[in-house]
Ligand binder design. Structure first.
Ligand code: NAD
Ligand code: WQD
Length: 330
């Protein structure tokens, strides 16, 4: 029996492939390579000794998805594939709704047609919108502030409705907080195209001299140092969280887990830790707040610990060191 990993050549997907292969699982990767490179598969092989079977297929290509299920005995799907840039989703909402939602519908329809009923879905802390308080628990109210977030919210709802209607399905919704860092080999990591939107890839490109300085979006929030506070989680801890989530797939219905550390960390904390751990100065300027940003967002990660036995173990030092180790080799 195999595990299908959609979006498996992407940032989180590639680290999860490594985790699963190291745990002895047979995986198959599906990706259309719209935001990743095929060489990632060679890097997975260098790290694990195994190159996963790969299908370069778009989830919007229903026949292609069908072929993957026809040619393999797939027991379970880990579904990462999707577009994820918040700003781009505001400019191109139709592309985001089509890619993320129709892609998921095609996938689930083909799963059902081939008697595959176990699914782990990459959701996001973005579904909590502007939370009334922190830390955020899984039962907090849901809302979104941009089309990307709305795709995550709609897909969560679609999968909940599916599980009500078809009791054979077992779905785990994993709400990631802010994944950063990279595999210790420095071979795989976060490598966005163009100017990064997210903090850590921006910092590493400033460190490399590709970008002149970091803009810190606001220092007048009600936080300890005035800059935005987030729950940064090492991508390897996140990958391990997917393996732990397999446990929840033995029960029918939907289970929901936050994957975060439970610790809030400010933009200045990131800059200072990065500088200290890597011995590189990060020039920065205080800029206007970024529209749509919130002051604080961090998880209550108790549920995953209690029910899945999973807990993030890596600290900010390791996240900053591994992110730089990847960028300097990229
Ligand atoms: P990524 O862009 O590195 O990986 C996504 C992969 O999906 C890419 O390799 C891309 O080529 C592929 N893809 C996109 N649309 C596809 C389609 N229609 N058919 C086939 N492949 C397709 O992103 P990531 O950071 O690894 O994120 C993985 C998942 O986790 C996404 O669903 C994202 O929304 C979610 N997520 C990411 C973060 C984050 O900060 N990185 C946070 C929360 C949730
Ligand atoms: C982190 C902090 C910024 C860039 C986004 C998505 C969310 C999820 C994770 C997918 C904030 C500050 C950033 C910069 C800065 N992705 N910042 N200068 O906004 O918490 O979450 O990624 O699901 O949906 O919204 O992450 O890395 O963009 O920002 O000062 O150049 O860094 O203001 O406080 P965010 P981020």
């Amino acid at each position: 029996m195999s595990i299908l990993v959609t979006g498996g050549t992407g940032y989180i997907g590639s680290h999860t492939c490594v985790e699963f292969i190291e745990k002895g699982q047979e995986i198959i990767v599906l990706d259309n390579l719209c935001n990743s490179k095929v060489e990632v598969l060679d890097h997975i092989k260098t790290i694990t000794g195994i190159k996963p079977k790969f299908y370069e297929i778009d989830l919007l290509d229903r026949e292609g998805v069908k072929r993957v299920f026809e040619e393999n005995d797939i027991d379970c799907v880990i579904h990462f594939a999707g577009l994820k840039a918040v700003g781009e989703s505001v400019a191109k909402p139709m592309e985001y709704y089509r890619n993320n939602i129709v892609g998921t519908l095609n996938l689930v329809d083909e799963m059902r047609a081939h008697n595959c009923f176990k699914l782990v879905f990459s959701s996001s802390a973005t579904v909590y919108g502007k939370p009334a308080s922190v830390p955020i628990r899984e039962d907090f109210p849901l809302s979104t502030t941009n089309p990307y977030g709305t795709t995550k919210l709609y897909i969560e709802q679609i999968l909940k409705d599916l599980c009500v209607a078809d009791k054979r399905f077992s779905v785990v919704l994993l709400r990631y907080f802010n994944p950063i860092g990279a595999h210790d080999s420095g071979l795989i990591g976060d490598n966005p195209n163009g100017i990064p939107n997210n903090l850590m890839p921006y910092v590493t490109r400033v460190a490399k001299g590709i970008l002149p300085h970091l803009n810190v979006f606001g220092n007048d929030y009600e936080t300890e140092d005035g800059t935005g506070v987030r729950d940064y989680i090492h991508v390897l801890d996140l990958a391990a969280g997917h393996y732990a989530a397999l446990k929840a797939l033995s029960e029918p219905g939907v289970s929901i887990y936050n994957l975060g550390t439970g610790n809030g960390c400010s933009v200045l904390d990131i800059i200072h830790t990065f500088e200290c751990v890597n011995g590189i100065k990060i020039p920065y300027c205080i800029a206007e707040r970024r529209p749509g940003d919130i002051a604080e967002c961090y998880a209550d990660a108790t549920k995953a610990e209690v029910e899945l036995g999973w807990k993030a173990t890596r600290g900010l030092d390791e996240m900053c060191a591994s992110a730089w180790n990847f960028e300097k080799n990229a």
